[in-house]
Design a protein around this ligand. Structure first.
Ligand SMILES: [Zn+2]
Length: 461
């Protein structure tokens, strides 16, 4: 019997992912993604050369600013696979192709529908860090989302007897679609009344949920209201949607008061179409459980883009997905840990797991909606010959806790010219300017005495 998705040993997991990476690049992304078709040529490689997880890691990761430098959502269409009938016949996998060819002889319309089910984008979710853009899915992709949703339900320790109340804003987001498909595929009832507190309290009274899902930022408000309204009588699980910080987790627990519910996190990095979850047995310590036959999760150094084994930005490659098939996608999420594929101490699954994740840490969005992509800032700094050294420091402003970005520069020549030049580059690449550009030796810069600048992004909590 073939290994179950979550019980592979290290060598069968590696073999499976190598095969799936090869198929995805050779038959889907390579030939049909306008962006990647061009990019692989530029890189002097071919789709067939990318036939393993290791060779995948040689491709420079790309994020939204690489695909659409000016933040125009229409530019993201370059990621959507554009397959033709001939292309499908050349690149479909064995069983799908045989079925399609058989149908072509007998039933032209059915043949067309096989192709469309596999490749035609029919559904979109909105995602993005610095700007919002749609991610496309085909019918077949939605099957994967549903199948993965059923797994998520199991990882979370939920059953068909659970009933979900989701406090997610109305609208098609990855979280909304993935959570509703997860409940549907598990045969569990689910209510999505929107995110207005009064509606949520009324829903919880009408049908007391066993599972409450709330975005991290709204969790305390929503949990408190449900508890106050008496809608928590059956509650045994709270899902914090988005990777919560320790303080956010603790606040959610506190808001539960005496209610005995487990608090678990679910999270979809930007661009993802499935939700990761923490298992019931290990909770936060076990990390987010990923799906090794649906994605390859890798880490890179966010400044240099080089592969990293220990800590860095999470990079996602989707396997078996069509629509906006993402390859080496920079999620903006950062982890201080590594991707751990050892057996989970809680549920014993052997799937890659990620702990200590900071969501969207590399892109800051101000209250007026302007985004500062730190990766672009780092890119602007790295390319300048008039800088000896630089450092980007991100931290909360003491006055009101709002994010503040300070770029420290050590110029080789005239400081004034270096600042003007760096500012112009940052504005071009990142779209906005950081809070401050400071020129000076490290020991002249407050709080950094004695520390070298060391060309990096420093996240201060
Ligand atoms: Zn586990």
């Amino acid at each position: 019997m073939a290994s179950s998705w979550d019980r592979h040993n290290a060598s069968s997991l590696a073999k499976l992912q190598d095969r799936l990476v090869g198929e995805q690049v050779r038959h889907a992304v390579g030939p049909f993604s306008p962006y990647w078709k061009r990019r692989l040529t530029e890189l002097g490689t071919t789709p067939s050369a990318i036939d393993s997880v290791a060779s995948l890691a040689t491709i420079p990761a790309a994020g939204e600013r690489d695909i659409s430098p000016h933040g125009d959502p229409a530019g993201m269409a370059a990621l959507v696979l554009q397959s033709t009938e001939t292309g499908f016949a050349m690149h479909a996998s064995g069983p799908a192709l045989r079925r399609a060819l058989r149908l072509r002889l007998t039933d032209k319309a059915a043949y067309q529908s096989v192709i469309e089910q596999d490749t035609k984008p029919t559904t979109y979710v909105w995602t993005g860090l610095g700007f919002r853009y749609p991610v496309a899915s085909s019918r077949a992709d939605l099957d994967i989302v549903a199948r993965t949703g059923a797994r998520l339900w199991q990882v979370l320790g939920l059953t068909a007897d659970d009933a979900l109340l989701a406090a997610l804003p109305a609208g098609t987001t990855t979280e909304h679609v993935a959570l509703s498909y997860a409940a549907m595929a598990s045969g569990a009832p689910a209510l999505f009344p929107g995110d207005r507190v009064a509606d949520l309290v009324a829903s919880a009274r009408l049908a007391p949920p066993t599972v409450l899902a709330a975005p991290v930022r709204r969790a305390v408000e929503v949990i408190s209201a449900i508890v106050d309204g008496g809608g928590h009588t059956r509650l045994r699980t709270v899902l914090l949607v988005g990777a919560p910080a320790d303080a956010e987790r603790a606040a959610a627990r506190e808001a539960l008061g005496g209610a005995a519910a487990d608090v678990l996190a679910v999270h979809a990095p930007t661009g993802a179409r499935v939700l990761w979850g923490e298992c019931r047995q290990a909770g936060q310590a076990g990390g987010f459980h990923t799906y090794p036959d649906v994605e390859v999760v890798q880490l890179i150094d966010p400044e240099t883009g080089a592969a990293s084994a220990d800590g860095g930005e999470v990079v996602l490659t989707q396997l078996g997905m069509r629509g906006s098939a993402l390859l080496r996608w920079r999620t903006g999420d950062v982890t201080a840990g590594r991707i751990d594929s050892s057996q989970c101490p809680g549920c014993k699954r052997t799937v890659p797991r990620i702990t200590a994740l900071r969501r969207a840490a590399l892109v800051l969005v101000s209250q007026d909606g302007h985004a500062l992509d730190l990766r672009s800032v780092a890119g602007a700094m790295a390319g300048r010959a008039d800088l000896d050294d630089w450092r980007v420091v991100v931290g909360g402003r003491r006055r009101d806790g709002r994010a503040q970005v300070i770029v420290h520069l050590a110029p080789t020549g005239d400081p004034g010219e270096a600042v003007v030049g760096a500012a112009a580059d940052i504005r071009t690449l990142a779209g906005v300017l950081p809070s401050q550009l400071v020129v000076g030796e490290p020991d002249e810069v407050a709080g950094l005495a004695g520390e070298p600048l060391t060309r990096r992004i420093l996240l201060r909590s």
